[in-house]
Write a protein that binds this ligand. Sequence first.
Ligand code: MEV
Length: 445
Amino acid sequence: MKEKENQSNKWVKGFSKLSKDEKIDWVTTRYFHSPDSAKKLLEDYWNKDSQLQLLHDEFIENAVSNFYLPLGVAPNFIINQQAYTIPMATEESSVLAAAGKSAKFWASRGGFSTKIIGTEKIGHVHFMFAGEAHKISDFIENIKPVLHSDTDSITTNMRARGGGITTIELCDKTDQLANYFQLHVSFETIDSMGANFINSCLEQFGDTIKREAIRYAPFSDEEKNIEIVMCILSNHVPRCLVRAEVSCPVEELNEDKELSPQAFCEKFIRAIDIANADIHRAVTHNKGVMNGVDAVVIATGNDFRAVEAGAHAFASSTGNYKSLTHATIENGVFRYWIDIPLALGTVGGITKLHPMVQWSLDLLGNPTAKQLMEVVAVAGLAQNFAAIRSLITSGIQKGHMKMHLMNILNQFKASKTEKQQLIDHFKSHTVSFSAVENELLKIRS
Ligand code: MEV
């Protein structure tokens, strides 16, 4: 009975209409043993600048505080002969260190070069048409000018910037689902990621199709009744693609004492072959790539969920999930690259609103969307390089645990002096949770 009462107490109607204080009271008193300390924590993470806090509160519904991630910078990247310091927002201890190491390594070997392969964004009107395929095809051809004119007001600014709707095609998907067709639309969105622009155009297309179908004489009554199921952009953007690469003579890869440069390169390529042969390894391999990609995508205010979904779909384009990175040795030259789809924006969204995003974009010299794609792809490649290099030589844990040492020390609330003593100690000892605990106990006793 009491349990039931407790549960109903946790149900609320019209939560979004409560004030911020009321929301905080509601959630802290019902879900926390100590509502006061739960509330205090939320307050501690509020921004003291109320204007800034208001901005954050208005990004989302039901904001009760802020959730911080560290923002780091990775210097020494040479990309297309230009020096970059890359902003990265991440909680993972080793990511910045790995980025810095790869940057430095490749800076002395010519740096990274990049190429934009395409910038095409895609969206669909998914609809059901119970009729003859040739009729729907004629209909869409017929209404193409109307589709364009109906979206004129939405596309004006984008067209002025050199973008807009590039192609409109009908796809017959009835072999996969009875009566299923789609309007496959491609867009050029210049420096914006373009999600709102694309979705607005698509929703207008949905309305136009419905309206025009009713008036289209060749359709029977049943055919006139087209069902628009949904209108939405696709996060699968295989033609919004960038390549980042590095190369150097094999003998310049002489960093490891145990392996000759040739053996190092061959083992490196074998590690990629393994990712291509085995999905378990491929997912982890690509996760390492995304450590770099996401960190820059987040720091620059872009949609990391869209980027993640698109990257993994791309990694599966052959029907098997594979490595996003590739490497070869040809004529004594080691070449290593990534092809990755990245739908990014440097205008629109929160880019001009979030002060830290603006800071990150300033740090990158206020790049165009294409330049940002290049930087992000480089961060992904650099991260993968650092991971594979460690994995095939010293192993990953040595570096990881060293970086993780601080987290363990913080869990034990180590003082500044204790931290220094233990950092010194673990320069020559293997870090593990229990080893840190033991050493700390020794110091404290
Ligand atoms: C850890 O966040 C990422 C790695 O597992 C990537 C990899 O295994 O390639 C180290």
